[in-house]
Design a protein. Structure first.
Length: 138
């Protein structure tokens, strides 16, 4: 089950960075401190890209559902990266009207994360079942 555990470990590591950055991002958006917003969100983009690279480098075991689980994890983390890239793009816009356009993209991306989280959890459950393991819930 190391494969699944490794993906969970990667997710938790990134999750810690996201949780630490989120209050800063909210504050910088509220205070319109766009240079700091771009830096913090850009840092999360880099960390997420490193996470995606780490996942892509992992060899999926020869177990049914393993490659689907891996692909779903990559899709999930790519969506996370896109959310934070949207924050960065928002921060880099030269005026409020262009920022308003990016806000629509941000909303669309953030609304999609719950479905992707469920999709990832379902892929993990299927992989665990195919492997003969039970997935622990948090």
């Amino acid at each position: 089950m190391n494969f699944s555990e490794n993906i969970v470990k990667i997710e938790r590591k990134l999750g810690e960075s996201v949780q630490a950055a989120q209050p800063q991002i909210a504050r910088f958006m509220e205070q319109e401190v766009y240079d700091s917003l771009a830096l913090v969100s850009g840092d999360i983009v880099k960390k997420t890209e490193a996470t995606i690279d780490e996942l892509n480098a992992m060899k999926a075991p020869d177990i049914p559902e393993a490659s689907t689980f891996k692909a779903t994890a990559v899709k999930y983390f790519t969506h996370i990266r896109n959310i934070y890239d949207s924050y960065k793009i928002y921060a880099e816009q030269p005026n409020d009207s262009l920022r308003a356009v990016e806000v629509q993209n941000m909303i669309r991306l953030e609304n999609g994360i719950d479905d992707l989280t469920k999709e990832l959890q379902e892929a993990q459950r299927k992989f665990a079942k195919a492997s003969g393991f039970r997935v622990e819930s948090d």
